[in-house]
Design a binder for this molecule. Structure first.
Ligand SMILES: Nc1ncnc2c1ncn2[C@@H]1O[C@H](C[S@+](CC[C@H]([NH3+])C(=O)[O-])CC(=O)[O-])[C@@H](O)[C@H]1O
Ligand SMILES: O=C(O)C(=O)Cc1ccccc1
Length: 242
């Protein structure tokens, strides 16, 4: 069984910003499963979308791949020939573990895991690009530049899948959805202290956009067929087709 996430269980005197360090990588499958509503469904659907959109000889990118959950789901589903999946993450602890997961099985689809900042990565000949809960960790300017680079590197008909935590312009709706997310975490065994310390640790490093902001930004860049295909509380996933 995966190691249990106890990172914020005890009171932390000098609470710093949340980072994807060794301790987080160690418990990450448990943390993300108990913290993100719909995570498993999203991972499965990313595989299904990749099966439809991956084309022969193209590249498939998983940007902010963590331990490679989306990469592995896509690798299981892709039927196209001579595809390469490129997973990128700038956390050495994540990349080290991700490589172990990927190398545990062989497959017809080649997988390369790269330790780098996704802002530096060259994107070319892409049929599928996945940003599964990664864009939210970049600054707004960096979000725009990254999405422009992805658009330029996608083949016509290629798909971008972006999963994010959202905020909502309506204050009442926003508070209710945040509360429901906290109920979800409580139901999954997190204490009030864990919920509040993690919330504080994330405050400076993760600033969610609204669904409208995402849609407008993608449409302005040139994507067509922008749609939310999944939402649970303040978490969801969109696709955008070039
Ligand atoms: N600039 C950056 N460059 C590279 N990696 C980055 C950067 N910023 C953050 N990361 C990486 O993005 C990942 C975000 S987790 C993604 C889950 C995964 N997609 C999953 O499907 O399981 C989401 C979450 O924990 O909420 C972490 O591994 C960071 O190291
Ligand atoms: O736990 C939370 O409150 C979240 O917003 C999701 C999350 C999951 C894993 C790492 C960082 C944020």
């Amino acid at each position: 069984m995966a190691n249990r996430d106890n990172i914020f269980a005890a009171p932390i005197e000098k609470l710093g910003d949340f980072t994807f360090d060794e301790n987080v990588a160690e418990v990450f499958p448990d943390m993300i499963q108990r913290s993100v509503p719909g995570y498993s469904n999203i991972i499965s659907a990313i595989g299904m979308l990749a099966e439809r959109f991956a084309t022969d000889g193209s590249r498939v990118y998983d940007l902010g791949c963590s331990l490679g959950a989306a990469t592995l789901s896509m690798r299981r589903h892709i039927k196209a020939q001579n595809c390469t999946i490129i997973g990128v993450d700038n956390s050495p602890a994540m990349v080290e573990r991700c490589k172990l997961h990927v190398n545990a099985y062989r497959s017809d689809t080649d997988v390369q895991i790269i330790e780098d900042d996704i802002r530096n990565v060259d994107i070319q000949n892409a049929s599928v690009v996945v940003l599964n809960f990664t864009l939210q960790f970049l600054t707004p300017d960096d979000r725009q530049a990254l999405l422009e680079k992805i658009f330029a590197g996608l083949k016509p008909g290629g798909i971008l899948i972006i999963s994010e935590k959202y905020n909502f312009a309506d204050e009442t709706a926003n508070e209710l959805l945040i509360d429901l997310h906290h109920d979800f975490k409580r139901a999954n065994g997190y204490s009030e202290l864990e919920i509040s310390q993690k919330r504080s640790a994330l405050e400076n490093v993760m600033k969610p956009d609204s669904i409208d902001t995402h849609k407008h930004r993608l449409t302005d860049i040139g994507f067509s067929s922008v749609a939310v295909w999944f939402q649970c509380f303040n978490f969801g996933s969109m696709f955008a087709i070039k």
